[in-house]
Design a protein around this ligand. Structure first.
Ligand code: NAD
Length: 336
């Protein structure tokens, strides 16, 4: 069995590659990644010599490269994690989001269609559903209503994936997950940003009133869900993946400060993100009932494990925050 995992050097992709390489020694996992600012082969140091793992550098939006690769490699499964993934960056530079997230998906779908692939799995997001008020949950039937250039690009990709199933009978699945957290999370995202700033006694920038709500999903639980959908998901179906762990951003920040023994005076409110969705919450009943998914992490335990990982892996994040990311960070927060 040969699996193509795109974006496998990013946060969720690298956790998934590690999970699959360990769990299925008889599968071959090919990790294709462009190595953008978010891609880091340091995420996979511990498995890079495994015989059932290969890394290839390349762009999912490069049609010729992708077509040649598919002809050469004969993949059984294609899992598309590759994306520009940061909402803030999509507000300032939407074009690359369209190129990678929309055109890149179409290139992969065509290559899948023209080769003998058993399934194409698209890793999507709950952000395609838009925003919720205080009550209610996103189900797979909730109409798509994306609010940011990032979520619009992901929703466009989802529509293409759906259309390739309806039009060409492509065996596809789409998973839509809530906010992931855990090891190897890039420091621009809320949880690692807050952990690292707190460790460095730097201000913790909190958008708006800090009361936006996200549903946190541990990345290992997400990997297990994708494994289930890959092997048992009904062709053409969408599956929501959510942690049932709703927290305001302020709650998350306070938990982190408390765990690290740092004062709440480090919290600094900054101007809100444009078009900031108020609340996301996922109903994952379909995945639990139909495929038997059973997440193992409670947020209280997962966040402690994650904080400990950042304490134990200082070299990993110090390397990242000393590079290009530092310029982005200064630009993003200097005028707020
Ligand atoms: P990430 O930004 O950490 O990683 C993305 C990876 O894709 C990087 O390794 C990058 O180098 C690679 N990449 C970018 N453009 C590429 C291209 N053109 N060709 C090949 N590789 C390219 O993202 P993540 O947080 O790991 O997210 C993975 C997927 O899950 C994305 O599709 C994202 O939309 C989705 N998702 C993430 C979350 C979350 O909480 N992180 C939540 C919902 C959905």
């Amino acid at each position: 069995m040969k699996l193509l995992v795109t974006g496998g050097a990013g946060f969720i992709g690298s956790n998934f590659v590690r999970y699959m390489v360990g769990k299925y020694p008889h599968y071959h996992i090919v990790n294709l990644d462009k190595l953008t600012y978010a891609g880091n082969l340091g995420n996979l140091k511990d498995i890079e010599d495994k015989p059932n793992y290969t890394f290839i550098k390349g762009d999912i939006a490069d049609t010729e490269f992708i077509n040649n690769l598919f002809e050469k490699e004969s993949f059984d499964y294609v899992l598309n994690f590759a994306a520009e993934s940061h909402v803030d960056r999509s507000i300032t530079e939407p074009d690359i989001f369209i190129k990678t997230n929309v055109l890149g998906t179409q290139v992969l779908l065509d290559a899948t269609k023209n080769n003998d692939v058993k399934k194409y799995l698209q890793i999507s997001t709950d952000e395609v559903y838009g925003t919720l008020e205080e009550t209610g949950y996103f189900t797979e039937e909730t109409p798509l209503a994306p609010n940011s250039p990032y979520s619009a690009s992901k929703a466009s990709a989802d529509f293409l994936v759906r259309a390739y199933h309806e039009t060409y009978g492509l065996p596809i699945n789409i998973t839509r997950c809530s906010n992931n957290y855990g090891p190897y999370h890039f420091p621009e995202k809320l949880i690692p940003l807050m952990i690292i700033n707190a460790l460095n006694d730097k201000p913790l920038p909190v958008y708006g009133d800090g009361l936006n709500i996200r549903d946190w999903l541990h990345v290992e639980d997400h990997c297990q869900a994708i494994d289930l959908v890959l092997h048992k998901g009904q062709p053409g179906e969408v599956y929501n993946v959510g942690g049932n762990n709703e927290r305001t951003n302020m709650d998350v920040v306070k938990i982190i400060l408390n765990e690290l023994g740092k004062p709440e005076s480090l919290i600094k409110f900054v101007a809100d993100r444009l078009g900031h969705d108020r609340r996301y919450a996922i109903d994952a009943t379909k995945l639990k009932t139909n495929l038997g998914w059973n997440p193992k992490y409670r947020f209280e335990d997962g966040i402690k494990q994650t904080i400990q990982w950042y304490l134990d892996n200082k070299d990993w994040w110090e390397n990242i925050i000393s590079g290009d990311y530092q310029q982005y960070y200064e630009k993003q927060y200097s005028n707020r």
